[in-house]
Design a protein around this ligand. Structure first.
Ligand SMILES: NC(=O)c1ccc[n+]([C@@H]2O[C@H](COP(=O)([O-])OP(=O)(O)OC[C@H]3O[C@@H](n4cnc5c(N)ncnc54)[C@H](O)[C@@H]3O)[C@@H](O)[C@H]2O)c1
Length: 273
């Protein structure tokens, strides 16, 4: 029996990928891996300048076609426009990564209606807008190989986390949407997967740490919390953003051709505890 070469399975030549929230962090590292593997990439981000700068960097580094544009996943029009741009400017839509996310936490009794909506709008409604926009166009692109949607959830959506109720609920919703949409889209040859990180060093996490530090006058509480957090990881550390991006890449590549509806944990063993 002849099997494809590993280099063919890892190649994304001829494929068009969209990554939301890719001006920085896990999204940026994912877009970089896609460009390295030969895909044309469309980066959408609320930070329009950041998206354009990221695209320019990756085009230069990998000689790939990478475009950056403004996106707000809270707006259905903005998400639909992004999907149309992939077709118009890059000629197809094969890979869609619902990565854009925001994280903030308050204890349940201090969570305002606005806090809840802020977490829900980006982390779950935005993933729904993205999945629907991508699926419609991927169905129309029948016959193209490697059509896949990858959603980024969080371990907070798998197990409880103090002060992260709204975020956890939204991320648990992403897992449900992944499973259901995978069942519907399988007949069209479209795969849907979820990647679930625990903690990765990204600008977003650094900002959260800084915000906590500025609330804590001597910094001791935050330092103690970080020590406890690191100790809770069997590997004794958080992930690098690229360590998550590599798994997103695997899911989007033909290496994962027989995978759909799965939730792939990239948690350094956290959920084994
Ligand atoms: N870093 C972690 O520890 C961690 C852990 C679990 C899950 N995640 C998830 O991974 C994803 C990426 O996280 P990160 O740590 O790289 O975040 P980050 O804050 O470093 O980057 C997120 C990017 O998304 C963009 N964004 C935010 N809201 C947007 C919107 N409404 N429309 C378009 N773009 C928007 C931001 O401008 C930013 O460029 C998120 O879905 C997050 O919930 C991260």
């Amino acid at each position: 029996m002849s099997v494809p070469k590993i280099s063919e399975l890892l190649s994304l030549k001829g494929r068009v990928a969209v990554v939301t929230g890719a001006a920085r962090g896990i999204g940026y590292c994912t877009a970089a891996r896609f460009a390295e593997a030969g895909a044309s990439v469309l980066i959408g981000d609320r930070n329009a300048e950041g998206a354009k700068q990221a695209a320019a960097e990756l085009s230069k580094q990998y000689g790939a076609k990478v475009i950056g544009t403004e996106l707000d996943v809270r707006s259905v029009d903005s998400v639909e426009a992004l999907a149309d741009k992939a077709l118009k400017d890059l000629g197809a839509l094969d890979i869609w990564i619902n990565n854009a996310g925001v994280f903030r936490g308050e204890p349940l009794v201090e969570t305002t209606d606005e806090d809840w909506t802020a977490m829900y709008d980006v982390n779950l409604r935005g993933v729904f807008f993205g999945s629907r926009a991508a699926a419609k166009r991927m169905i129309a692109g029948a016959g193209r190989p490697g059509r896949v949607i990858v959603n980024i959830a969080s371990v907070a959506g798998v197990r409880g986390r103090v002060s992260l109720g709204a975020y956890s609920a939204a991320k648990a919703g992403v897992l449900g949407l992944t499973r259901s949409s995978s069942m519907e889209l399988v007949k069209h040859g479209i795969r849907v997967l979820c990647v679930t990180p625990s903690m990765a060093e990204t600008p977003g996490v650094a900002e959260m740490r800084e915000a906590a530090r500025s609330k804590d006058s001597d910094g001791d509480t935050v330092a103690a919390m970080e020590k406890t957090l690191r100790a809770s990881f069997p590997m004794g550390r958080a992930a690098e953003a690229d360590e998550v991006a590599r798994v997103v890449f695997f899911c989007a590549s033909d290496m994962a051709a027989f995978m759909t509806g799965s939730n792939v944990l990239v948690d350094g063993g956290l959920t084994t505890r």
